[in-house]
Design a protein around this ligand. Structure first.
Ligand code: ADP
Ligand code: ASP
Ligand code: MG
Length: 815
């Protein structure tokens, strides 16, 4: 005999039921078969909701009843030929009438007992199994319907389901003694109590029904058919990279299901484990997939960690106070109270100081537990020896499960640091004495992030996901997106980095996608996006709550850099080419560095100086390795270098500036470059990175522009004054040219003093041959006293700036 079970997800529509029939027929060719059916998908929820509505005198239950009536009658019409429908239609209607009467009773009495809940909850399985049995009969299969309520007996314990195995086994054995059908069809989930009143085996209980039949009949294997390819490393609906486990032990399956792997109802395992009967979990819709085999041992596939699960329907109870310290028997009393109230403790931790005990219980048992405990410890509370029990809401448990975890060091360390690095706060920790399970209590909102982080850490060797939120998609930003698209495959294959963009914004619009924005047509989609809003953008990043989140700022806007603190303080890294934050007050610069350190985020701004050139990174490495900077000499303005390389006094100076603007070598306001402010900001950043506490005002600037032109507030006025000052520019140019020298706008830092200004350099100077918009930096340090360490190359332009940002993103990936 074979025992199969099909879950509600496999029976959601008549089409699916037809598919189920095919699978059953295949099995029938091999052996006699008993098939357990759940209710059609969603029906049990409806049955219980109707009961709740009726008990609150809400007539809305009637609409749900009508919907369910229709659904079952339609299934009959779809599956069974018209001429054979009358008997099953009348059976279905009889059951539905009974159900209606029960709800009317609940409605009139305004009362819903636990007993009644059990009675109505079981109707879904009875209806589905009756209909399917009739369908099979009409397919010409010699089949027999079994009413599980007559065979499976539960003890009369208060609330909790406990099977009376002796009676159940005897009933099943007896029933099958005299039967010789090839196919048996039985409703799952339903049972009766010792008084003969219908009851159920608890939510998800059809799996258990199959196990009870399988164990009583001593079959070799029980097959559980569901909507996924077996038991996965994590819930596949939450963790997209989860994959099915080929084989696991009973104990591993037990831990996984107890800790939330809904695919198998936990009590299912016990009767099968006792008889060493294997369980195979298979996908109804993909019968060729291997599925998961649950058996005595899982020797074949070696692994330290088997799976990751979570339970989110819990609350934490905290009890603390000096009255607990060193008092023998306190814990005993504590747990006795819970035992008497029949409250299941999901997780326990006690601080070694014995000052507090923290337990997790099911959501709906928390209030009862608190009341019972507060009452039991009334005296201690009155004398302030302990505090009343505190309930903590909105928490969930995530657990790492595996048979071999006990023999491997450092797993919990790895688990907690992975969570910590992603800013997931751990409220309590427990490691079962079996060491098959390490659990952490975290905030409910972090569950998805935690599961994915842990999955990445323990199962996805060894790639890392980087989740980008990009603001500014103009010149630089669009180039960055192109580069990301182009390098996607390379990053994954060579660097094991999965880079996805989840948010995009320009000054008008913004766009989000939790699954990653398609970088092929982002422009079009962004145009249709919502109205841009910096606060909303941050809110979305926070809501998505993805691990390794990075905020990328490709703008020059102070309103955007003002948000860095928020991002960093939420463990979101910041990568920026916007200099404003780093060139702001030293206090602000320092605070950003501190926040990054404190919250495990990165704050990277390589492109603040020399676009894509590795200037800041080189300096950081020098400092980190113990070198000391004595002097920095640099040409840091691509724009000014372009202007003075191009200006030959044949065309007027303002024309050259206009050209630089058109080529994209200057800021939209060219005065920022020409005044030297931009260069001053850059040398300021280098000075700070070298270890100097410096402010922008400390930087001496030797202006070559008139004060009047510097005071203008728009480009038109500024260009007018440049025109007027042409003779002065001619003079500067000619005096350099006469000596055979070149004009360079130089920044210098020496002994903690920084100066920026125009210099004329002779042909021997390393700056002399600097062409186009190139930058150059000479680092004189204790290790490079005479011959400086030189970084030189294109220091402006959208493409190189984008590649510098790209490099910062990768730096975070490699961390
Ligand atoms: P059925 O109706 O077949 O009994 P369930 O809904 O009870 O199906 O169980 C299957 C569901 O369990 C899957 O669709 C999946 O969302 C969920 N699930 C949770 N954790 C896991 C896991 N570790 N492996 C597989 N499925 C899981
Ligand atoms: N139909 C029941 C439930 O939804 C039992 C089951 O599906 O296993 O809980
Ligand atoms: Mg189920």
């Amino acid at each position: 005999m074979k025992v199969l079970k099909f879950g509600g997800t496999s029976l959601a529509s008549p089409e699916r039921i037809k598919l189920v029939a095919k699978t059953v027929q295949k099995h029938l060719k091999e052996d006699k078969t008993l098939v357990v059916f759940s209710a059609f998908g969603g029906v049990t929820n409806d049955l219980l909701e109707m009961a709740d509505l009726a008990s609150r005198e809400d007539l809305a239950y009637k609409e749900i009843l009508i919907k369910n009536e229709k659904r079952h009658l339609e299934a009959v019409r779809e599956l069974i030929p018209v001429n054979a429908q009358s008997s099953i239609l009348s059976k279905v209607k009889t059951e539905l009438n009974r159900l209606e009467t029960l709800y009317e009773g609940v409605y009139l009495l305004n009362e819903l007992s636990n007993k009644t809940r059990h009675v109505v909850a079981g109707f879904g399985e009875v209806l589905s199994s009756l209909i399917i049995a009739e369908y099979f009969k009409n397919l010409g299969i010699n089949s027999q319907y079994i009413d599980s309520r007559e065979l499976i007996v539960c003890k009369n314990t208060n609330e909790k389901v406990q099977v009376n195995y002796a009676q159940t086994n005897a009933n099943i054995e007896k029933y099958f003694e005299a039967k010789d059908a090839s196919l048996y069809i039985a409703p799952g989930f339903v049972s009766r109590n010792e008084q003969g009143v219908p009851s159920t085996l608890g939510r998800g209980g059809s799996d258990f029904t199959a196990a009870l039949y399988g164990a009583a009949l001593d079959v070799k294997e029980v097959l559980i058919y569901t909507d996924v390819n077996g038991m996965y490393t994590a819930n596949p609906q939450i963790v997209p990279h989860a994959y099915p486990l080929k084989d696991i032990s009973y104990q591993e399956a037990m831990e996984l299901s107890h800790f939330g792997a809904k695919v198998l109802y936990p009590p299912t395992l016990q009767p099968l484990l006792d008889k060493q009967i294997n369980i195979l979990i298979k996908n109804t819709f993909k019968p060729d997939e291997t599925g998961t085999l649950i058996s005595k041992s899982s020797e074949k596939n070696f692994r330290w960690v088997t799976g990751i699960t979570h339970i989110d329907s819990i609350k934490l109870l905290n009890i603390e106070g000096s009255g607990m310290v060193g008092i023998p028997g306190f814990s005993k009393r504590f747990f006795e109270v819970l035992f008497q109230e029949n409250i299941n403790v999901v997780l326990i931790t006690q601080a070694s100081s014995e000052h507090s005990i923290c337990i997790a219980v099911k959501d709906d048992e928390a209030e009862l537990a608190k009341e019972a405990l507060d009452e039991a410890f009334e005296v201690e509370i009155q004398y302030k020896k302990i505090k009343p029990v505190e309930i903590e809401d909105n928490v969930a448990i995530v657990a790492l499960v595996g048979d071999r975890m006990k023999s491997h060091h450092g797993l919990s360390g790895k688990m907690f640091s992975a969570l910590g690095n992603n800013n997931i706060n751990i409220r309590a920790i427990a490691q079962g004495s079996s060491e098959r399970n390490i659990s952490a209590v975290i905030s409910k909102k972090d569950v998805k992030k935690a599961l994915n982080t842990l999955h990445e850490q323990f199962f996805e060797v060894p790639s890392k996901e980087l989740n980008l939120f990009i603001t500014g998609v103009g010149n630089v930003g669009s180039k960055l997106l192109n580069q990301l698209k182009k390098q996607e495959k390379f990053l994954l294959e060579k660097l094991r980095l999965k880079v996805r963009v989840h948010g995009l914004s320009n000054s008008r619009k913004m766009l989000f996608d939790e699954n990653g924005i398609d970088l092929q047509n982002w422009e079009e989609v962004l145009e249709k996006g919502e109205k841009a809003d910096k606060a909303e953008f941050f809110k979305k990043v926070d809501e998505f709550n993805l691990r390794n989140s990075i905020f990328v700022d490709n703008t020059a806007s102070p309103e955007i850099s003002a948000w860095y603190k928020e991002y960093l303080a939420n463990s979101v890294s910041v990568v920026t080419c916007n200099k404003i934050a780093c060139a702001d007050s030293f206090e602000n610069y320092q605070e950003l560095q501190n926040l990054a350190r404190e919250y495990g985020a990165s704050f990277l701004y390589e492109t603040n100086v020399g676009a894509g050139l590795p200037i800041i990174d080189t300096l950081k490495n020098l400092v980190a390795s113990g070198d000391r900077v004595t002097k920095i000499q640099a040409v840091l303005s691509g724009s000014l270098n372009f202007v003075f390389n191009t200006y030959k006094a044949e065309d007027p100076f303002y024309k050259t500036v206009e050209m630089a603007m058109e080529e994209g070598y200057t800021e939209p306001d060219p005065k920022i470059d020409l005044s030297g402010v931009d260069v001053a900001r850059k040398i300021l950043i280098l000075a700070r990175e070298s270890g100097y506490e410096m402010e922008l005002e400390d930087i001496e600037s030797e202006d070559f522009l008139s004060q009047e032109s510097l005071a203008t507030t728009n480009n038109e006025d500024f260009f007018e004054l440049l025109k007027k000052d042409e003779p002065k520019f001619q003079e500067i140019y000619r005096s350099a040219a006469k000596k055979g020298e070149q004009l360079k706008y130089v920044a210098q830092l020496e002994d903690g003093k920084a100066v920026v200004g125009l210099q004329s350099v002779d042909s021997q100077h390393p700056f002399y041959n600097l062409s186009g918009s190139d930058n150059i930096v000479l680092f004189f340090t204790e290790r490079y006293p005479e011959q400086p360490l030189i970084v030189k190359g294109a220091g402006a332009g959208a493409e190189v700036t984008a590649s510098g940002i790209f490099a910062d993103v990768i730096r975070i990936g490699k961390k």
